[in-house]
Design a protein around this ligand. Structure first.
Ligand code: FE2
Length: 375
């Protein structure tokens, strides 16, 4: 993919505001054995009691709200597995509230069942268009309600297990990173640099998200590399190099089963390719190297140069950029991307450096970026 350099340079006008955030690993492995939590949102007490009675046959943890604002507070506080909404509510209709739930990434995977007294196809179509997973017309039949809810919860459990699998992969990637105690916050910085460059290039959110994930997952294949090679002080033998190069292919193999990680696979596989074709694992050259892999590579090299390692001090921003420009001249790096990255990071100046030094401000910005990405 070619770069539209002119448009990218025009976009670099505002101060650098790059961020990503470390996901909350503690929440990744929540207790799966808990009873499902259902939230009933209905203004009428009798209706809520009726639904409660119908659902008594299963060990559900049931929460209640009389209005959408109450329900939103609960959704922010609790992990809810299913929402049952009445179409007629104060503040907004059930379908409007359902749209709100489905627009928010934090709740979009929570199944919603809308109940209504209003008969008619139009009403039902509007319900499904709002993103509702099921739609039931009153009077509610207990057996049908129970069957629908069981089936919705089964689907939710499947989705949860997929999300957890992705979370476990991220945790695994973090553990790989933590093996090397000299690269603390490396993944977070990579994700942030990659996203900043992607934003300058005007890449869509989907690709920004791939870079965010790639920042964490690109070296996950190093899990198969023994410490004796990974942390060897001296030069690697040819055989050791061969094994080391395998981390790109092994990483791709580890992540391939996760469908949601498909956009990240080219980053994992190709982040060590070189512009002139002398890289690995496939010897790709020029624009045949996936753009996202080229972006992550530039970010990776910059971070390695500007952080202290056992064998070198942390170089200044300018020194690092000069070295990267030299590598671009030598034919190793994308000759357009490196100068653009220099502009992106230069624009951040000292604010950018302070941002990455673990301040509270950084944490807030990381969280803001995650929220922004999740919309
Ligand atoms: Fe790597």
């Amino acid at each position: 993919m070619a770069i539209d350099l002119k448009s990218a340079q025009e976009r670099i006008t505002a101060p650098l505001n790059i961020a990503a955030c470390a996901p909350n690993w503690d929440s990744v492995l929540e207790d799966a054995a808990q009873a499902p939590t259902l939230l009933i949102v209905d203004e009428i007490d009798l209706n809520r009691r009726l639904l409660r009675a119908m659902l008594k046959t299963a060990p559900y943890h049931i929460l209640e709200a009389k209005r959408p604002s109450e329900a939103l507070t609960i959704l922010e506080r609790e992990k809810v597995d299913l929402v049952i909404l009445d179409q007629v509510m104060p503040e907004m209709t059930g379908t409007e509230f359902c749209e709100l739930i489905k627009k928010d990434r934090r709740t979009q995977l929570v199944p919603v069942l809308i109940t209504t007294s209003v008969q008619g196809m139009d009403n039902e179509v509007a319900g499904y268009e709002s993103g509702a997973d099921e739609f039931l017309v009153k009077p509610l039949r207990p057996a049908l309600v129970r069957t629908r809810i069981r089936s919705m919860l089964r689907n939710k459990a499947l989705v949860d297990s997929l999300e957890e699998a992705e979370g476990i992969l991220f945790a695994l990637a973090q553990s790989v990173e933590h093996r090397d105690r000299y690269t603390g916050m490396h993944c977070e910085r990579l994700a942030a640099y990659g996203i900043a460059l992607a934003q300058a290039l005007g890449l869509p959110r989907r690709e920004q998200l791939a870079l965010y994930r790639g920042g964490y997952l690109h070296d996950i294949g190093k899990i198969v590399i023994p410490d004796s090679i990974l942390f060897k002080r001296g030069l690697l033998t040819e055989q050791e190099w061969q094994l080391m190069r395998q981390h790109t292919i092994r990483g791709e193999e580890i992540c391939r089963p996760m469908k949601t990680l498909a956009p990240v696979l080219p980053i994992i596989r190709s982040h060590h390719e070189r512009w002139d074709g002398s890289g690995y694992p496939d010897g790709l050259r020029g624009e045949s190297i996936p753009l996202l892999a080229r972006i992550l590579q530039v970010a990776d090299i910059y971070d390695a140069l500007t952080t202290a390692r056992p064998y070198k001090p942390a170089f200044s921003h300018q020194h690092a950029i000069d070295m990267m420009l030299e590598e671009a001249r030598r034919g190793w790096r994308d000759p357009e991307l490196v100068p653009l990255f220099a502009e992106v990071t230069q624009h951040g100046g000292d604010a950018g450096e302070a941002f990455f030094n673990g301040s509270e401000g950084m944490q807030a910005s990381l969280a803001a970026m995650r929220r922004e990405l999740s919309k």
